[in-house]
Design a protein around this ligand. Sequence first.
Ligand SMILES: Nc1ncnc2c1ncn2[C@@H]1O[C@H](COP(=O)(O)OP(=O)(O)OP(=O)(O)O)[C@@H](O)[C@H]1O
Ligand SMILES: [Mg+2]
Length: 224
Amino acid sequence: MPEIYIDSSQRIIAVGKTGSGKTFLMKYLTRTLKRLMVLDPKAMIDPAQWHLDWVSGNGLRDLQNGKNVRLLVRTYDTAEWNTYLTAAWNAGNTVVYIDELYALVEFGRIAPPRILSQLYTQGRERKVGVWGATQRPAWVPMFSISECDWFFAFRTQLQDDRKRLSELMGPEVLDPIPVEDRFGFWMYSIEWDHPYYVDQLRINGEKKDEVKATQTYEKLETHR
Ligand SMILES: Nc1ncnc2c1ncn2[C@@H]1O[C@H](COP(=O)(O)OP(=O)(O)OP(=O)(O)O)[C@@H](O)[C@H]1O
Ligand SMILES: [Mg+2]
């Protein structure tokens, strides 16, 4: 397996059925990030376990002022997603992790917020990474997959989903994840020729340092 270096300004997508291990991996990958905003539309994320503070006016100001803050946003109001995503855009140098991307399009009922596509397509310039998870690739906006630098394909229910993922990652991911490896996944970078299979033990066991994410900083002009 090649050396893995995920930059905080990159885009990541984790796809897999419920319970396949997406959030677990993301918790692992985000643990070292100093400036993080977690959007938790499913109300599944424990702020203590993740070392997050509930978002507040002060928290957003700290983010804007370049301080190190890890914020948890939990709201069901799609209009509010706009506010928080815009705050991340304005602050720059931040990773936004969206624990279920599908919720931001209100489960197919509304178009994605404009700021979401802006973050995906132009966030690199502001050093804003967007890391997302979804149960099905067909449910989320095209740009949230096509803009990605890194793909993690966990167990999926439908052959259709694996077919979609194989178009991005390679034919290897067409085969279902072996039953004996509950949290196994295929990992792919757009710079690689083919995906690599990562079994759960590599994340939990001694080899876990193979997968690293680092946050780099750049001075940014803030403009609205
Ligand atoms: N690699 C792993 N090793 C051990 N336990 C794991 C691993 N991955 C996930 N788990 C555990 O399995 C359960 C389900 O994992 P997780 O919450 O990551 O699933 P998910 O893909 O995010 O599902 P959902 O789509 O429902 O959010 C959790 O309790 C988690 O702690
Ligand atoms: Mg999850």
